[in-house]
Write a protein that binds this ligand. Structure first.
Ligand code: NI
Length: 141
C-alpha cells in the first residue's frame, strides 16, 4: 500500500524592527502608501514552515528537530533583534512587508529542504501580529 502523505509544521518566533519605505517614491507618497508603517517600528513575529511528504519506515516525513535547526540557523539567528531594512543581507533591497519577508524566507530555506528526499516545502506563513499573517506557497504569476 502506498505510504500516507502527511504535512508537518514547525513554528519559530523572533523580534525585529522594520520600516515600509520605497526609495523610488517621495516622502509624501511613502506616507500615503504605508501610513504609520513608514516609520521605524517593531513586531514580535512568528513564522510557520510546512513540509509535506510520505511517511517512510522511520515514521518521520522529516525530523522536526532537523527542521527546527535549519530554521534557526538560516533565519532566526539572522533576523532576531535586527532591523530588517538594514541588518539582514538576504533582505537587502527588499521592502520588508510580511509578503516579501515570507518569499525571502522561502527562498532561503527551500534549497536546504530540497536535500531531504520526499519532503517538499509547501507553505511558509509569517505572522506579523496576532491578527495578521500572510502565506506563501511558492507560486508565481
Ligand atoms: Ni510593521
Amino acid at each position: 500500500m502506498p505510504e500516507p502523505i502527511v504535512q508537518i509544521t514547525r513554528r519559530e518566533e523572533f523580534s525585529a524592527a522594520h520600516r515600509l519605505h520605497d526609495a523610488r517614491l517621495s516622502p509624501e507618497e511613502n506616507a500615503r502608501l504605508y501610513g504609520p508603517c513608514n516609520t521605524d517600528h517593531g513586531h514580535n513575529y512568528a513564522f510557520e514552515v510546512t513540509v509535506r511528504g510520505p511517511v517512510p519506515r522511520s515514521g518521520m516525513v522529516l525530523d522536526l528537530n532537523r527542521l527546527m535547526a535549519i530554521l534557526r540557523e538560516e533565519i532566526v539567528s539572522v533576523v532576531d533583534h535586527k532591523h530588517l531594512n538594514r541588518d539582514v543581507p538576504f533582505l537587502a533591497g527588499v521592502i520588508p512587508t510580511a509578503e516579501n519577508v515570507a518569499v525571502a524566507f522561502w527562498n532561503r530555506i527551500e534549497p536546504r529542504l530540497s536535500a531531504f528526499e520526499g519532503a517538499k516545502l509547501v507553505s511558509l506563513r509569517v505572522h506579523e501580529s496576532r491578527d495578521n499573517f500572510v502565506e506563501y506557497r511558492g507560486e508565481r504569476g
